[in-house]
Every structure is written in C-alpha cells, then in structure tokens.
Unconditional design. Structure first.
Length: 434
C-alpha cells in the first residue's frame, strides 16, 4: 500500500466517528522495538508504548514467532466449546507469578475493562455483597461498570450516564495534592485510615464486596502512594471480609521493574487484573485471585466467546519468557534509574516541573504554572506533547487536569534511543519555558 498520509486522514474523517481521539496525526507503516516509522518514512521514538502495551517492544521476534506458529495450528475454537493448552499453561504461570503463598486461579478476558468487570463480579458473588469502593483519579475502563468506577468525567463519562449503582468513591493517596491538606510522613497515612470513616458516612462494610485500586494510578496521573498505604488498606479490608482488587492493567507485566507493581508494597491482593502488555499487543486480559473466591461463581457464570484466544495466550507466554529469560525486569530497573536521574536534574532546572513520581521506569512529571500554588499547566503540557511529536518523539499526557507527562517506553529501548528521546524532550521543555 502506498496511500499517502493525507489520503488516510481523509478516509478517517469520512468513515470513523470523532469519538476515538488521537494523540498524534501519525499513521504507522512499521514498528520494531522502541521505534515506529510512519507512512511518510519519519522515524518516531516511542515513549508511549501504545499506552503501556509494548513493554517487550514492538514486534518482539519471539512474540511474532509464537503468533505465527499458533496461527498455523488453530486460531479459534472458543474455550467454552473445545479447550486448548495455551490457556491452561498461561493460567498456570500467572498463578505462580502473582503475589501470595495461597492457592490461586486465573481466567481470561479480552480487555482491561473486561478483566475489571469480571473481578467485581467474582468479588460480589464470593462475598454476597453489592457495593464497590473505588478512588478519585482512578481509571478502570469505558464499559458501563468500569466507566462508573473511572473518576474523570470528561472525556470518559460525560453524556454516557446513567451509571452503575452501588459504586462509591473516596480520596486516594495523592501526596503532591493531599486531599486532606496534610503532608507526608507526618500525616500518618491518614488517607488509608479514612476508609474506616468512609464506612460510616457512605457505605457499610457489611455491604461492601470489594475495594478496587490501581497501585499507581494510570490515567489519573501516575499517582503513587507511600509505602504504608496499601498494607493499611489491606488490613482494613481483611478486618471486614472485603476483597482487595488491584488493577494492574497498566502497571503490570514489568512496567515498574517488577512483574506486578503491587510487589513494591509487599502485599498479596485477593484479586489482580492484568492486560495491556500481557500479550505484547494482542487483546488479552487476566483475572487472578484466591482459589476460594475465583472458584465460587457457578458453571457458565464467567467467560466470553473470544476470551483467552489461543493466539493471544501464546503471545503472552512468549512475553513472560522474554521478561524472565532476557532479564528484562532487571533491565527495567536500570532504565528507571536513568530516567529518575535525568528527570530530577530537569526538575532542578525547570520550574514548570512540580513533581516527579512513580516506580522504576513508570515515571510521571507533573507540570505546574507555579510551584507554590501548583496551578496545573494544562495548555503547556499539550504544547509540549505536540512539540515533541514534531521533533520525532511520541509521548502522552495524563492526570485529572491533563498536566502530567508519563513514560511508557518499551523496556527494550536502546541507550541511544533513550538518550535521543530525552534530548528531544528537554529541548522541547526548554523552548516551552523560555
């Protein structure tokens, strides 16, 4: 195909609704590792990773080989009609990798939102309770239930109501903008203790099936809780028999230098959801949890026609092989150290950077107009993303006010590509602050 970019833009305008948005105007011809090449032949360094999907890089050879091999054998039978080994082998591996020394079970779906939906279904069934507690600035998907769990109104929820019932939202551990007006560590992690008060004011613990949280909030701005937060939250949940669901859709599969980001907090959730980078770019998500909870729903109560597609499962098995056999988790730690060093240096130089946060190579820079008032630099962030794209770097923003730059580059990025990308970023940042 030799279709020009303008011809493709015309086709998009004519045949695709405006709802699906675009960070860039690029149409990609090919992509390998941490580099994309568009139809005009422009080379783009990828700091977005398909929104956290390409942790092992674009078209990793072993993932591609697994896809090809499986496609030549069988593409789809539906796991509910005729079972197949890749589904079982992948579940076995995830059960072994997930934190906790208790027996676990895993089921598969197609998207992160589907995984969250199923996690909530399982928690409700297992506890016999209806309510779910989620958090401000959280993002869990775009389906009816997950859109309800998602915090940000525009663009995700506006005009799409009414929303699902029995969903309650409380403040998160956003230390840079503490919802309680306190400072860490003198606060004593009051944001976690607040769950006890929340039960009095909003929903009884006896009616609460689950508390669901991202270990590091994705779309919400890479908000990263302090060390004491999740252990406290888990203790309260256990006190009342409430399932703790950790949404690792964006943070999992090595994004933070560990297989699961929650490992940084040293706890074992009742249920973990995973998607995005799990299958190297193919649509696949998982729900892994305590055996006694996962096995509660009746036969036929869980599933889906395409859920756990054999090609996607083979791709995921290859992803796990790459993560561990190529020591990609250790490489991610080194990548994170390099990024932290550069970003902290930039923070010292540029007043617009109000906060640097995250874990490993999953890092955010919150941009503000003034460090004392912390007024979000929303327009400046938008201009920075656009300027970087014009210079050959693709990155994306996030945050409640869209004033946060986040790093989701493939973990296989080379030193040369990383240095070039960071140089482009700092050049654009410097021009923005002149």
């Amino acid at each position: 195909m030799n279709t020009t970019k303008q011809e493709l833009l015309d086709l998009r305008k004519q045949h695709i609704p405006q709802g699906p948005f675009h960070v860039t105007s690029a149409f990609i011809r090919e992509a390998k590792g941490a580099v994309m090449i568009d139809v005009d032949g422009r080379e783009l360094i990828d700091f977005a990773g398909g929104i956290g999907v390409n942790n092992v890089g674009h078209c990793h050879p072993r993932v591609v080989e697994a896809i090809k091999d499986q496609a030549e054998k069988y593409i789809h039978t539906c796991f509910h009609v005729a079972m197949y080994e890749p589904y079982l082998k992948l579940a076995e591996k995830l059960n072994a990798l997930a934190p906790g020394d208790f027996p676990k079970m895993t089921m598969f779906a197609n998207s992160g939102a589907e995984a969250v939906e199923n996690a909530v279904k399982i928690a409700r069934y297992a506890t016999g309770r209806p309510a779910v507690i989620c958090f401000e600035n959280g993002f869990h998907g775009r389906t009816l239930l997950t859109m309800t769990l998602t915090s940000k109104v525009k663009p995700y929820k506006f005009g799409f109501g009414p929303f699902a019932p029995e969903v309650y939202r409380m403040p998160y551990a956003y230390c840079y903008r503490c919802p309680f007006g306190l400072s860490y560590p003198s606060c004593g992690t009051a944001c976690a203790d607040y769950l006890e008060d929340f039960f009095t004011a909003y929903v009884a613990p006896e009616a609460t099936a689950a508390v669901i949280a991202e270990p590091i909030q994705g779309e919400g701005g890479f908000v990263t809780p302090p060390p004491e937060y999740f252990p406290k939250l888990q203790n309260i949940c256990q006190k009342y028999g409430i399932a703790l669901i950790i949404d690792e859709v964006q943070t999992g599969a090595g994004r933070t230098g560990k297989m699961f980001a929650i490992d940084h907090w040293g706890i074992a959730p009742d249920i973990i959801t995973l998607a995005k980078s799990l299958a190297g770019g193919l649509p696949l998500s998982s729900v892994t949890g305590r055996r006694e909870m996962m096995d509660k729903p009746h036969i036929g109560g869980l599933g889906g026609t395409y859920a756990g597609n054999p090609i996607a499962c083979r791709a995921a098995l290859a992803v796990l092989e790459v993560l561990y056999e190529d020591q990609l988790l250790q490489k991610a730690e080194v990548l994170g150290e390099k990024l932290w060093k550069r970003f902290l240096e930039m923070k010292d130089k540029y007043e617009i950077i109000g906060d640097v946060r995250g874990k490993g190579p999953m890092i955010a820079l919150e941009l503000v107009k003034d460090r004392s008032t912390k007024v979000p630099a929303t327009e400046e962030t938008k201009k920075l993303v656009a300027s970087c794209y014009e210079k050959g770097l693709v990155l994306i923003s996030c945050g409640h006010k869209s004033n946060v730059i986040r790093t989701l580059m493939p973990l296989v990025i080379t030193d040369e590509q990383l240095d070039k990308g960071l140089s482009i970023f700092e050049e654009a940042l410097s021009e923005l602050t002149l």
